[in-house]
Design a protein around this ligand. Structure first.
Ligand code: 13P
Ligand code: SF4
Length: 322
């Protein structure tokens, strides 16, 4: 890579990546940029990717909702999901003509692994006629059993669009409780949780406020309701990023995965970021060397049984239509 290109890429992340680390990253960044052109490939990256992925090799970045919308629109031979498996599956069902790759097949999600398609069928038997809303953080097989999907970015709108007094909302018990409080709809939920967000506590938020006067607390709605209640704002990762962009708080803390603050911080030098956070071990499986290997070898391809994909796609498309 030319020195000028390396310098301009490093400029994007210099506030969070030390020069010695950049020296390690640069060869992979260069190879990935070249391979993307050769393969006619596009990298979709979630907000929880590390800054060198997020700012230096990704083509499209965002929350789960944005990545789903963009996966539907992308025209490329190859889509590489720099995110977790359910995101790659969603991209595949919305863009069946592209080859969808994920750098590590083990990049899962505690929510997605908390529920099976058989569980959803049993719930339907138990609550006949009650609509099933499934969080996108689920397998394609679970989505196929549901009426409509939602993300943290549109959960309230999706629930309200159903105009029923009661819904089954799976599998995140905390997102369900947070949405129930916002909408007044009776929600039958599931005992799933995000292993990253469930670890935050109200006491932690109070300690943060005491130690950081004036700090604005933004929480992800996968956090327990008591944590959301202690926060100033709750929203998807994109909503948190928008909050910082629009309101430029002097001091902010993001109650979510660690890379999120790094990725936003580089864009807002005047905002002070207080940094307690939890790492998602699944998201952190995606690294520059694995992204490079994915593009070199065109592995690991994500496929979905067509019968399952057709039904799952309907649930996702209903969501995107809202
Ligand atoms: P969003 O980016 O949709 O807010 O989701 C967060 C998350 O945990 C994805 O795994
Ligand atoms: Fe799943 Fe939580 Fe990791 Fe997101 S942050 S992928 S919800 S475990």
């Amino acid at each position: 890579m030319s020195a000028a290109l390396s310098a301009s890429l490093y400029d994007r992340v210099r506030r969070v990546v030390p020069p010695m680390e950049w020296a390690v990253f640069a060869p992979d960044v260069e190879a990935i940029l070249r391979l993307k052109r050769e393969r006619n490939a596009v990298i979709l990256a979630h907000n929880y990717m590390t800054p060198e992925i997020f700012h230096c090799v990704a083509d499209i970045v965002g929350d789960s909702l944005h990545l789903a919308r963009e996966a539907q629109r992308v025209r490329a031979d190859v889509i590489v999901m720099a995110g977790v498996h359910f995101m790659a599956e969603t991209a595949k069902m919305l863009n069946p003509g592209s080859r969808v790759l994920i750098p590590d097949l083990e990049a899962g999600c505690s929510l997605a692994s908390s529920i099976t398609a058989a569980d959803v069928r049993l719930l339907r038997e138990r609550y006949p006629g009650v609509p099933v809303v499934t969080y996108v953080n689920t397998s394609a097989a679970v989505k196929a059993e549901s009426d409509i999907c939602c993300t943290s970015g549109n959960a309230r709108r999706v629930i309200e669009s159903l105009r029923t007094p009661q819904v089954i909302m799976l599998p995140d018990q905390y997102l369900a409780a947070n949405v129930a409080r916002e909408t007044g709809v009776k929600i039958i939920s599931w005992a799933g949780s995000c292993e990253v967000h469930e670890r935050f506590t109200p006491a932690q938020i109070r300690t943060l406020r005491a130690g950081n006067p004036g700090v604005v607390v933004l929480a992800h709605p996968e956090c327990p309701p008591e944590v959301v209640a202690e926060s100033d704002f709750a929203g998807s990762t994109a909503a948190m990023a928008d909050y910082v962009t629009d309101r430029q708080p002097g001091r902010v803390v993001l109650i979510t995965e660690c890379s999120m603050a790094d990725n936003i911080a580089v864009l807002h030098p005047r905002v002070e970021f207080v940094r307690p956070c939890n790492l998602c071990p699944h998201m952190k499986r995606i690294t520059l060397p694995k992204l490079r290997a994915t593009l070199e070898t065109l592995t690991h391809e994500v496929t979905i049984d067509p019968a399952v994909a057709d039904r799952a796609r309907l649930a996702v498309e209903r969501m995107l239509a809202i």
